[in-house]
Design a protein around this ligand. Structure first.
Ligand code: E4P
Length: 218
């Protein structure tokens, strides 16, 4: 399973990259706004800076909601850097844009997926990734992981090459469940990735090893 970090924060992206397990980055307009990035030139420069840090795909979302606008924005984003994947919402116009991008060899991430039907449509249109938002489903008392399992089954039934990018991952157990249900990629915060490191027996075991070593080497 590939590990993407879901942030536009440069320091966190660098920290995750330094860990050596990062495969890509996802951003969205809210995450860009959180970092105070606004205006066309600044936004493009920020995406470029992220691509320069990471070895892997960087999802950059279109703001336009009409087909022509999505195509124009997406083509500009794709031309910025070969690592850019154009993120497009699952709407009628979005599906048309994904089909267009796919025919031009531009890679896409179809976002805001909350049902298997939406994922099926995006895969048929040729999306490179679909992003089911598991955390936001959990937020409304709906098991987000069931959606990953359902999409996995459908994609495997028909051999779709579209990758399942489990998004809205909030914590470490979400990552483990994504691996269990064979998501191709998960995108989450650095804290959730670092949570995989933690075990009290590791801490106490290491402390014991170091204490024994110190005693023997007095
Ligand atoms: C997906 O690509 C989104 O950026 C993201 O995962 C949404 O997560 P949230 O529900 O925690 O905002």
């Amino acid at each position: 399973m590939k590990f993407f970090i879901d942030t536009a924060n440069i320091d966190q992206i660098k920290e995750a990259q330094d860990l050596g397990v990062l495969d890509g980055v996802t951003t969205n307009p809210s995450l860009m706004a959180k970092e105070g990035i606004s205006g066309y030139d600044n936004v493009m420069a920020h995406y470029k800076a992220i691509c320069d840090i990471v070895d892997g795909d960087v999802s950059a979302e279109v703001i336009a909601t009409d087909f022509e606008g999505m195509v124009k924005e997406g083509e500009n984003l794709a031309a910025l850097h070969p690592q850019i994947v154009v993120k497009v919402p699952i709407t009628k116009e979005g599906i048309k844009a994904i089909k267009y991008f796919s025919s031009k060899g531009i890679r896409t991430n179809c976002t805001l997926i909350f049902s298997a039907g939406q994922a099926l449509l995006a895969a048929k249109a040729g999306a490179t990734y679909v992003s089911p938002f598991i955390g936001r489903l959990d937020d409304i008392s709906t098991n987000g992981m069931n959606l990953i399992a359902e999409i996995r089954l459908i994609f495997d039934n028909y051999g779709f090459e579209t990758q399942i990018l489990a998004a809205s991952v909030r914590h470490t157990m979400h990552i483990m469940q994504c691996a269990h249900f064979a998501a191709d990629v998960m995108t989450g915060p650095l804290s959730a990735i670092e949570g995989l490191l933690k075990h009290p027996l590791t801490d106490s075991g290491l402390a014991q090893f170091l204490a024994d070593h110190a005693k023997a080497n007095k």
